[in-house]
Ligand binder design. Structure first.
Ligand code: SIN
Length: 339
């Protein structure tokens, strides 16, 4: 099966937006894996290093940012989302790929999944090894991301992540390992499919609402409110929660033990935070699992929101967007139940 969307001489157009990360990283030698510099090589150069792409798509590229992904802030994310929407609005643009740093790939992909206003395919990819390394994974990841972006099968599935041959829904993807090329998986819901050579093979789709069907848009947003994450632990004093409220956090994600249980002191600090108007979401400290409303913690009493199956990092993204759109705690609970 050769499933490129168009088999005429005119290739589909794909926009590739670069933001930095290890895929654009450079080491002192081809064997340097630790201590290389991320976000050095431009997206044009990355594409030029993959000659077979000329048979897959007619490529346009844009360098939207050049950073290590832990430094991506709200303003850059909003700018990226606007550029994604701009390219997808071009009638001759078939699909789009965003290259990102993998450290926070989950957050960028989920953010785009909530704010992109198009059913055209958006694929996020990156690399675990810098572009200068022996056996760099970036070129194949980028090649396969473009193959997925031009496939008719991926239309309307929401933002997808292509890493290490796998296609994973943005909502479900999780970085499981600090170093290995098979770091990206979907531990709770599983992957959607694979890309091998020029074939996309899909087996399922995400049931959660995304892209055109969300209530979120970036058009009128200039910034995202401050939302911090606190990891709870045995005998937690709650001091971190109080300090962050004092420092101006508008929202907090508390990553609690088990199904996001909080110590008594932490629960008191959270109650005080919600009484001051700070929206607090409970998310799991465990790698996987669901946090249900009023289970092992009285959300109704404390004014908190149960984070469903979102990781703390993704819960932070949804909470920031919901607050930016003026949502109250009950509406934010509905958003966590939907997205
Ligand atoms: C980054 O996230 O920007 C650096 C690490 C990576 O891309 O793997």
């Amino acid at each position: 099966m050769h499933d490129l969307r168009m088999k005429t001489s005119k290739l589909p157009k794909v926009a590739v937006l670069g933001t930095g990360g290890t895929i654009a990283g450079s080491g002192a030698s081809s064997t340097q894996y630790a201590g290389y510099r991320a976000a050095v090589t431009g997206v044009d150069e990355l594409l030029m290093a993959i000659p077979p792409l000329k048979d897959v798509a007619d490529l346009e590229s844009e360098q939207v940012a050049q950073v290590a992904s832990q430094n991506l802030g709200g303003a850059t994310l909003l700018h990226l989302a606007r550029r994604v929407n701009f390219w997808l609005n071009q009638t001759d643009c078939t699909g789009l790929v965003v290259t990102v740093g993998t450290n926070t790939l989950e957050e960028t992909a989920y953010f785009l999944n909530l704010v992109v206003k198009s059913r055209k395919t958006v694929v996020v990819t990156g690399a675990m090894r810098p572009s200068t390394s022996l056996s760099a994974d970036g070129p194949m990841n980028l090649y396969r991301a473009v193959v997925a972006a031009v496939s008719i099968q991926t239309v309307g599935l929401g933002v997808l992540v292509v890493m290490n041959d796998q296609i994973i829904a943005a909502r479900d993807v999780h970085k499981m390992d600090t170093m290995t090329v098979d770091s990206f998986r979907a531990p709770v819901f599983g992957i959607l499919g694979w890309v091998f050579d020029n074939q996309v093979r899909l087996y399922k789709r995400s049931a959660r609402t995304h892209t055109c069907d969300t209530e979120f848009d970036v058009i009128d947003l200039n910034s995202l409110p401050r939302v911090d994450i606190v990891v709870g632990h045995q005998d937690d004093s709650g001091v971190a929660v109080s300090a962050l409220v004092e420092a101006g956090a508008k929202g907090l994600v508390v990553a609690g033990a088990g199904s996001a249980s909080l110590s008594e002191a932490m629960a008191e600090a959270v109650l005080s935070a919600t009484r001051k108007g700070v929206v607090v979401v409970r998310a799991p400290r465990t790698a996987t699992g669901i946090v249900m409303r009023n289970m092992e913690f009285d959300d109704a009493l404390h004014g908190t929101v149960a984070g469903d199956t979102l990781s703390p990092a993704k819960a932070r993204v949804l909470l920031a967007l919901a607050l930016a759109h003026g949502k109250q705690a009950d509406e934010i609970q509905a958003a966590f139940d939907m997205y």
